[in-house]
Write a protein that binds this ligand. Structure first.
Ligand code: B12
Ligand code: SF4
Ligand code: SF4
Length: 318
């Protein structure tokens, strides 16, 4: 029997995804936005966005030529621990919420593999599939919006009316034709809290009446992706952030009553670690301590650079 959109969404929930929707696997109508963003230099030094891997984002069929549908899923990672602003202790390093627990790439991939097996139990015809989580050249937020998972906020995050924005995205490309969902309305309205709160003014006009993110100024980019020295104009504004930044989501009213994840794999492995302890981490300690964590992405050298900046900004140096 061919599987239906409703059955797939039900299975996705059974596999641990709070959000699920379907988009068609055609050329991306947002690719021009992406190209303009790159041309303005907003991708900074993220070569995987600016070289030919970036161009593959024009059409999901570059990843699976037989793709007809994209199952887009969202998995909550919010836990009950305090927001950055509530942590009134500059002697501790701030790791952003998405990196507190186990590496989401692996967590979402496992659940999506389970989803493929469950689909195959109902859909008895052979089908092609491909799993994407973050690293594939796919405009994930565009797909998720098209699949009805949320709207793109001024902070550029995908926001869901009930769930807020503390969730990861993943996709399952399928050669099965499915009825697509429709995007929800934009619910930012006249709010500008994220723009006003961003310490580095990284949320900038996109030139077409909306807002976009200049990665060159974003603390998330600077502390995770940027290699080498960080420009002096940003070092004080980085304050206690040692990996990533959540400010533009912490202040978002749609996150004020955001639900918590039931998945304990996203509970902090090392919550707000003392900067003095971080300063002592050898390369071996770093690899061991963050073995299963997204923090590995910064590499030991980047993480120690961030720690040194946070120490300079802290009361340890006053
Ligand atoms: C590169 C990257 C970054 C860069 C650049 C971020 C950015 N805003 O572009 C940096 C390192 C700064 C970053 C930071 C973060 N990231 Co990141 N990142 C990515 C990655 C790999 C590519 C994003 C990209 O293509 N950017 C280019 C811009 C132009 O694309 P975009 O912002 O997605 O916008 C597109 C659409 O949203 C759409 N669009 C935008 N505005 C509008 C408006 C309208 C009206 C319409 C119709 C469409 C539309 O068109 C754009 C072009 O296609 C994605 C995974 C992926 N493969 O997509 C994860 C991803 C976006 N990141 C994610 C996360 C969790 C984060 C952080 C929260 C981590 C942290 N705490 O530090 C921060 C959030 C910072 C922020 N405010 O965006 C999640 C977002 C989940 C969500 N709910 O939105 C993703 C999807 C990873 C995942 N699989 O879960 N990230
Ligand atoms: S993640 Fe931080 S630095 Fe980047 S746009 Fe949001 S508030 Fe600004
Ligand atoms: S803080 Fe306000 S403007 Fe920014 S994303 Fe949230 S609702 Fe939209």
């Amino acid at each position: 029997m061919p599987i239906t959109t409703a059955e797939i969404k039900g299975l996705a929930r059974e596999c641990g995804f709070e959000l699920a929707g379907i988009a068609s696997a055609g050329p991306s109508s947002d690719f021009d936005r992406f190209s303009n963003w790159r041309e303005k230099g907003f991708a900074a030094e993220m070569g995987y966005l600016t070289d030919r891997r970036g161009d593959l984002r024009a059409d999901p069929r570059n990843l699976l030529p037989s793709a007809q549908s994209i199952v887009c899923v969202g998995k909550l990672y919010n836990t009950s621990h305090p927001h950055t602003a509530d942590l009134n202790d500059t002697k501790r390093g701030w790791i952003s919420r998405y990196a507190w627990g186990e590496d989401y790439h692996e967590v979402l991939r496992q659940s999506l593999e389970m989803l493929v097996s469950r689909i195959a139990e109902t859909h008895t015809e052979p089908f092609d599939w491909k799993i994407c989580v973050d690293t594939a050249p796919l405009l994930e937020r565009s797909c998720a919006r098209a699949a009805g998972l949320g709207w793109i906020g001024k902070n550029t995050c995908l926001i869901n009316q009930q769930q807020g924005s503390w969730f990861f995205l993943g996709e399952l490309l399928l050669s099965i034709p499915l009825l697509p969902d429709a995007p929800p309305p934009d619910r930012c309205g006249t709010c500008t809290r994220c723009i006003d709160a961003c310490p580095t003014s990284a949320i900038v006009p996109d030139g077409a009446g909306g807002w976009t993110l200049d990665s060159r100024a974003c603390i998330s980019y600077l502390t995770i992706e940027k290699r080498g020295d960080i420009d002096k104009e940003f070092t004080e504004k980085i304050s206690s952030h040692v990996f990533g930044c959540d400010i533009c989501q912490d202040v978002c009213p749609w996150n004020s009553r955001a639900p918590m994840t039931a998945d304990n794999r996203f509970e902090p492995l090392w919550f707000a670690p003392p900067l003095a302890d971080l300063a002592e981490l050898t390369e071996g300690d770093f690899r061991h301590k963050f073995k299963r964590s997204p923090v590995r992405r910064a590499k030991h050298s980047g993480f120690m650079r961030n720690t040194a900046i946070a120490i300079k900004n802290s009361e340890l140096c006053r």
